[in-house]
Design a protein around this ligand. Structure first.
Ligand SMILES: Nc1ncnc2c1ncn2[C@@H]1O[C@H](COP(=O)(O)OP(=O)(O)OP(=O)(O)O)[C@@H](O)[C@H]1O
Ligand SMILES: [Mg+2]
Length: 273
């Protein structure tokens, strides 16, 4: 099944490989999605983005999600990060059912466990790079001095030690995306969710930002899920899920020896419409 570049196998086929997937828990699994359904009411009709979507993500995996515009990638990512709620089904992060969190616990969960990076960086232009990175720590109640010390370390880690006092509006697109990565990770989350993080950048800058994501993913032992339209990037991830027609397919043929020697399964019986 893995011969050929980027051949597509169905996720449910993978589920049965090696007898894995149907077992209740893998010891290193950090994220589990069970029977996920998302329906948007659109005029008189329902838009069923996906239905009965199930998959697991082992800790330390760098997972790519690809798919055409409108397939539901962002919607899926929002549900994985407790930014949106599914119509049915469960997202379970390290044993915690996100559906069971009230608003306050969901906010706490996002602040403690998840780092987010978006296509557009959403930095606050009037604040310096340092202040932008320190912001999640201020929100956590960390003292200004400590927050800025940690933010400065993160700016150095993304190669912007000398840009801390620039307002974010004065930075280039690639630099802004580096700042937003530092901001996403300053709270030491366990999972990084990135939605087209290089979508707004030129090829060379996009390459550098992806390299940085891959490096930080490894050095900080993150579990990372990256939505991308860039198949070159996707290919370099541990696994690639293709969301199409409400179904999630595992693309094989480019698995690399990252943190996931035993890919976890994915399955669904999705329908659309
Ligand atoms: N709040 C909403 N209400 C109704 N429909 C929505 C809502 N949010 C998204 N949709 C629809 O759901 C579908 C999936 O949207 P989503 O943003 O998840 O796609 P995507 O795969 O991320 O696309 P892109 O690659 O363009 O970012 C789209 O058809 C969109 O119009
Ligand atoms: Mg999107």
């Amino acid at each position: 099944m893995r011969s050929g570049q980027f051949s597509v196998i169905t996720a449910s086929a993978n589920l049965h490989q090696g007898g894995r997937g149907l077992h209740p828990m893998k010891h290193n699994e950090i994220l589990r999605v069970e029977g996920l359904r998302k329906v948007y009411r659109s005029g008189s009709a329902d838009l069923v983005l996906f239905d009965n979507l199930s998959f697991q993500v082992p800790e330390g995996e760098l997972l790519a999600i690809v798919g055409q515009s409108g397939a539901g990638k962002s919607t899926l990512l929002h549900m994985l990060g407790a930014l949106d709620t599914p119509t049915a089904g469960e997202v379970i992060f390290d044993g915690t059912r996100l559906s069971g969190l009230n608003e306050e616990s969901a906010a706490e969960f996002r602040n403690r466990q998840i780092g987010y990076v978006w296509q557009f960086h959403y930095l606050l232009p009037e604040f310096t790079a340092l202040e932008n990175v320190a912001m999640p720590l201020y929100l956590r109640g960390v003292s200004r001095r400590q927050a800025e010390k940690e933010a400065a370390q993160w700016l150095a880690e993304v190669g912007l030690a000398d840009r801390g006092h620039h307002r974010s509006g004065e930075l280039s697109g690639g630099e802004q995306q580096r700042v937003s990565l530092a901001r996403a990770l300053v709270t030491s989350p366990r999972m990084l969710l990135a939605d087209e993080p290089t979508g707004d950048l030129d090829t060379r800058t996009a390459e550098a930002v992806f390299e940085l994501i891959a490096r930080l993913h490894t050095s900080h032992r993150l579990t990372s899920i990256v939505v991308t339209h860039n198949l070159d990037f996707a290919r370099r991830c541990d696994r690639v899920f293709d969301l199409r027609g409400g179904r999630l397919e595992l693309r094989a043929g480019e698995l690399q020896g990252g943190g996931n020697p035993q890919p976890a399964g994915a399955s669904n019986d999705a329908t659309r419409g």
